[in-house]
Ligand binder design. Structure first.
Ligand code: ATP
Length: 212
């Protein structure tokens, strides 16, 4: 049977329990074999990360050390250029020609999709699983994103199905209101971050003085 792979890209500056729960919930709900965390190198649409790529990679390694089915992928940090998602999914598809690949994405990220490079081609390489946020106001999509979505949406129960790419669905999962921005603020203010980051990540941050 083909291995089912989920992909979670991000800055992970630092990784936190919101990222880990997202991976875990989606892995269980869609019976994925693997969640592949891919830290970016140079972000296309935001300021450079505070922590360097090697530190962000090491923090992810510390976060998933004892978790089955979670892996960290260094392909973006090894590319010395802007981290466009289309390049990453093309590279993953060449590594895994026949497997279903599911790109996990927050709905807020999906709403900005039409600013991503070659965004309409993403569906030629991956399925997209949106982290649904039932308690929040629905996000307005632009007309191009809306028609991209409408043409591909399927019920979550049909995902990933027999196809290896091309579908979009919404996952239902509770939202944890934690972000890397807030964590950086807590560290900078000398406040406690207990229960928001795994202990191994916290120790790494303190020993390398990453956010103070
Ligand atoms: P920052 O505050 O620096 O913008 P962030 O906490 O949003 O960072 P990213 O590394 O940018 O973290 O996020 C990577 C992916 O994880 C994105 O798809 C984002 O939507 C998702 N994500 C981040 N935080 C959460 C959360 N608390 N619950 C669910 N998904 C999340």
């Amino acid at each position: 049977m083909a291995k089912l792979i989920g992909i979670l890209g991000g800055t992970f500056d630092p990784v936190h329990i919101g990222h880990l729960r997202l991976g875990l919930e989606i892995r269980e709900q869609f019976k994925l074999d693997e969640i592949r965390f891919i830290p970016l190198n140079i972000p296309p649409h935001r300021a450079a990360p505070v922590a360097g790529s090697e530190h962000r990679f090491n923090m992810l390694q510390a976060a998933i050390r004892d978790l089955d089915g979670f892996v960290v992928d260094d392909r973006e940090i090894n590319r010395d250029e802007v981290s466009w998602t289309i390049d990453t999914v093309r590279s993953l598809r060449s590594d895994y020609p026949h497997q279903p690949l599911c790109l996990l994405m927050g709905e807020d990220a999906f709403a900005t999709l039409d600013s991503w490079r070659s965004w309409q081609e993403l569906a030629d390489y991956v399925h997209i699983i949106l982290a649904g946020r039932p308690l929040e106001q629905p996000i307005e999509y632009s007309a191009p994103v809306r028609s991209f979505y409408d043409a591909r949406v399927v019920p979550a129960s049909d995902m990933p199905g027999k196809r290896t790419c091309g579908h979009i669905c919404r996952a239902e999962m509770p939202v944890l209101n934690v972000s890397s921005t807030r964590l950086r603020q807590l560290y900078a203010g000398g406040r406690s971050t207990d229960f928001l980051v795994p202990p191994g990540v916290h120790e790494y941050i303190i020993s390398h003085k990453l956010y103070t």
